[in-house]
Design a protein around this ligand. Structure first.
Ligand code: ATP
Ligand code: PRP
Ligand code: MG
Length: 281
C-alpha cells in the first residue's frame, strides 16, 4: 500500500486535503484524525506537521509527501520534488529596518532571526557571507524590535506583518515556494505513484483550463480555430445549418475572456465556456 504524508495543520493542510479529494482519494473526516486508509485505491495517508514531512519521506518510512518547497529545502532531507501543486505560494525574503541593510553582502557579522535556518545557511554559504543565524519558532518579525536580531528572514505573503513590525524587505528573494509532492531522492516511481501524479495533474489541468464551444461560419473557421488550437486540435462538427460548424476546444482559464472577445470579432456566436471537473490528458 502506498504511504503518503499530508500536512495536518497550517496553510497547506486544507488545500492539500481538498486536492487529494478532488483526485478521487478518501481523506480524513475530522481534523484530529492522524491517519486515513483508502482501501479502494490502496493508499494510506498520514497527517503530519508540514515541517516534518520531508524527514519521513527522506528516510524512506513514507513513500510520498505534500509539503512546501521551502520546508523541503530547509529540512536538508534526501528528498526531491516530483511535481508542483499550484497552491501555498509564498516568497521567502530578508527584511530589516528601512535603510539598515541594502544587500545580502552587507549581512556579514549580522544576526538573522528565522524559522528556516537551513534555507538561510544555504544561501549565505552560496554567497560566501558569514552571519549569525538565530532559529526561532515563529513571529520572527518581533525579533528586531526586541533586540534579538538585526535582520529577519521569513515567508512574506501580503507584507502586512513586516509593515506592522516597521521592517522592509531587501535584496533578491531567497526563494519562491509553493506546495510540492516529494519522494525520496533517486526513487523510481512505480505504477501506484504514476497513477497518483497523473490524477493530480488532472486536477491541476481541470483548475487551469475550461472547455470552450462556439458556432462559426465555415469561411471563418481557420481564423477562429487559430485562437482555440486546443490540446491536439479543435473538434469541428457540422451544424444542421448550411455553411456553419460547431467547434470545441480546451483553453487556459486565464485567457478565457480575451479569447471570447476575439472569437466574437471573427464572427463566432453562441460562445459557451464550461468548467472541467476532472481530466486525463
Ligand atoms: N502566509 C503564509 N504564512 C506562512 N506560510 C505560508 C503562507 N503562505 C504559504 N505558506 C507556506 O506554508 C508552509 C508553512 O506552513 P506551516 O504550516 O509550517 O506554517 P503556517 O501556515 O504559518 O502555520 P502555523 O504558523 O500556524 O504553524 C510553507 O511552505 C510556506 O511557504
Ligand atoms: O506577509 P503576510 O501576509 O503578513 O504573511 C506572512 C506572515 O505569515 C506567517 O506568519 P504566521 O501568521 O503563520 O505566524 P508564525 O510566524 O507564528 O508562523 C509568516 O511567518 C509571516 O510572519
Ligand atoms: Mg506560520
Amino acid at each position: 500500500m502506498l504511504r503518503i504524508a499530508v500536512p495536518n495543520k497550517g496553510s497547506l493542510s486544507g488545500p492539500a486535503t481538498e486536492m487529494l479529494r478532488e483526485a478521487g482519494y478518501r481523506q480524513r473526516r475530522i481534523d484530529k484524525d492522524l491517519t486515513c486508509t483508502d482501501e479502494q485505491n490502496q493508499v494510506q495517508f498520514f497527517y503530519l506537521r508540514p515541517r516534518d514531512i520531508a524527514t519521513y519521506v527522506g528516510s524512506g518510512d513514507l513513500d510520498l509527501g505534500v509539503t512546501g518547497r521551502d520546508l523541503l529545502i530547509d529540512s536538508g532531507a534526501p528528498a526531491e520534488e516530483l511535481m508542483a501543486l499550484g497552491f501555498g505560494g509564498s516568497i521567502f525574503r530578508y527584511a530589516a529596518r528601512p535603510g539598515a541593510v541594502a544587500d545580502v553582502a552587507e549581512l556579514a557579522g549580522r544576526r538573522i532571526a528565522t524559522s528556516y535556518p537551513g534555507v538561510v545557511h544555504r544561501q549565505l554559504a552560496e554567497r560566501g557571507v558569514s552571519a549569525h543565524v538565530i532559529r526561532l519558532d515563529g513571529a520572527v518579525e518581533n525579533a528586531v524590535a526586541l533586540g534579538v536580531a538585526d535582520v529577519v528572514a521569513d515567508v512574506v505573503s501580503t507584507g502586512a506583518t513586516l509593515r506592522q513590525a516597521g521592517l522592509e524587505p531587501f535584496g533578491e528573494p531567497l526563494l519562491e515556494s509553493e506546495a510540492v509532492l516529494i519522494r525520496r531522492s533517486g526513487m523510481d516511481g512505480d505504477g501506484a505513484v504514476t497513477q497518483l501524479t497523473r490524477r493530480l495533474q488532472g486536477v491541476l489541468v481541470a483548475q487551469r483550463y475550461v472547455m470552450l464551444a462556439y458556432d462559426v461560419r465555415v469561411e471563418h473557421l481557420d481564423r477562429a480555430s487559430a485562437l482555440t488550437p486546443g490540446i491536439e486540435a479543435p473538434t469541428v462538427s457540422p451544424l444542421h445549418r448550411e455553411g456553419w460548424v460547431a467547434v470545441q476546444a480546451m483553453i487556459a482559464r486565464a485567457d478565457l475572456h480575451r479569447i471570447m472577445d476575439e472569437l466574437y470579432e471573427v464572427g463566432a456566436r453562441a460562445i459557451l465556456a464550461t468548467e472541467l471537473s476532472a481530466c486525463r490528458l
